[in-house]
Write a protein that binds this ligand. Structure first.
Ligand SMILES: NC(=O)c1ccc[n+]([C@@H]2O[C@H](COP(=O)([O-])OP(=O)(O)OC[C@H]3O[C@@H](n4cnc5c(N)ncnc54)[C@H](OP(=O)(O)O)[C@@H]3O)[C@@H](O)[C@H]2O)c1
Length: 322
């Protein structure tokens, strides 16, 4: 058994298996427990994924003093109630994106985090990775001049119709699932929420958006975005300034084949975007250092999540063509 920060996972989620656990292992954390609604399914998942304990019911995991931090990869509509309960139980929380369905939900969770003095993070893991520091440094150093436009897409083809992404009551749809990424990138780079939006929505028969694309105006520039559950895969992104352009094949979860390119006139600089570690490693490692008291929390929900949730509100309420 590994030692280190003891993590508990709420739900036998695909993303926990595919991305959180590889990142946790690379960060030296301990997969101490998974809680699920069904005892047998949870036991099997724990065994297959090498998690120490299976617990029936999320509440029991949150009440367990042998859990130091909690990962919440539940359907989007369940983030609010379970993040609230985890924070009230005194557990630092890494919650999946989008943290809330509205800015009001995000405000509620951030207020609880502040009141109980327990940190909360949204799993936009790219914020903690070296390629994003490189993008920020290029912009801060004036390499592309004044930032004018983020042109960013996240599209993929959902293989099964039996998926939480097609359930409106669980907070499904392309905008919430993948559109939140370009929006988060833009709010972090422009330093605030959008102020106007126009969108085109392709509805799915279930009532969720199969695709949403559009333009969002910010105080100092604009976001052109595309989000889809029915095409791709595509995560191409351009960050356009008055003097240059940064392009990247995948700013959200770059792998070994992904690159960042800075174009200034005829000069082109290309660097690797991936750093050879699983995507979640850097954010989990940061949270563990915070829990051990070795580092102050950074890029928490309190400082980074509201502008994104407010911009998603703006997009959902914008005049739409269908
Ligand atoms: N950061 C990223 O890279 C990334 C990538 C993919 C997904 N995500 C996010 O992660 C979250 C989970 O996505 P996923 O694809 O892993 O979903 P998933 O495989 O369907 O997992 C969700 C889990 O929630 C639990 N659950 C509780 N109530 C449920 C209900 N009414 N219906 C269905 N499941 C319910 C289930 O576990 P039990 O039945 O065992 O309790 C289920 O395994 C979402 O917020 C999504 O946006 C993030």
């Amino acid at each position: 058994m590994t030692t280190g920060i003891r993590w508990g996972i709420l739900g036998t989620a695909n993303i926990a298996r595919a991305s959180f656990l590889p990142g946790l292992r690379a960060a030296g954390g301990q997969a101490a427990a998974v809680a699920g609604r069904d005892a047998e399914r949870t036991r099997a998942y724990a065994q297959q994924q090498g998690i120490d304990r299976a617990i029936t019911g999320y509440e029991a995991l949150l009440d367990d003093p042998a859990i130091d931090a909690v990962y919440v990869p539940l359907p989007n509509a369940l983030h609010l109630p379970w993040v609230q309960r985890a924070l009230e139980a005194g557990k630092p929380v890494l919650c999946e994106k989008p943290l809330g369905l509205t800015a009001g939900e995000v405000d509620t969770m951030v207020a609880t985090s502040t009141r109980v003095g327990v940190p909360l993070w949204e799993a936009f893991v790219f914020m903690f990775r070296p390629h994003f520091a490189e993008i920020r440094a290029w912009i801060a150093d004036g390499a592309i001049g004044a930032l004018q436009e983020v042109d960013s897409h996240f599209r993929f083809a959902l293989r099964s119709r039996d998926n939480i992404r097609l359930r409106p009551e669980l907070g499904g749809g392309a905008l919430y699932d993948v559109g939140c990424y370009p929006v988060h990138l833009a709010t972090q780079l422009f330093g605030g929420a959008g102020i106007r939006a126009a969108v085109l929505v392709d509805p799915d028969p279930t009532g969720v958006d199969a695709a949403t694309s559009g333009v969002v105006a910010f105080e100092t520039g604009q976001l052109l975005f595309g989000a889809s559950l029915a095409s791709g895969p595509d995560t191409f992104t351009r960050i356009v300034g008055s003097e240059g352009v940064i392009t990247t094949s995948n700013p959200f979860h770059p792998g070994d084949g992904d690159e960042l390119t800075l174009q200034q006139g005829n000069r082109r600089t290309t660097v690797r975007a991936g750093d050879g570690t699983p995507s979640f490693t850097a954010q989990i490692a940061h949270i563990q250092r915070v829990v051990r008291g070795e580092e102050a929390p950074r890029a928490t929900a309190a400082t980074t999540s509201r502008a994104t949730a407010a911009t998603l509100d703006l997009i959902r309420q914008a005049p739409r063509g269908q």
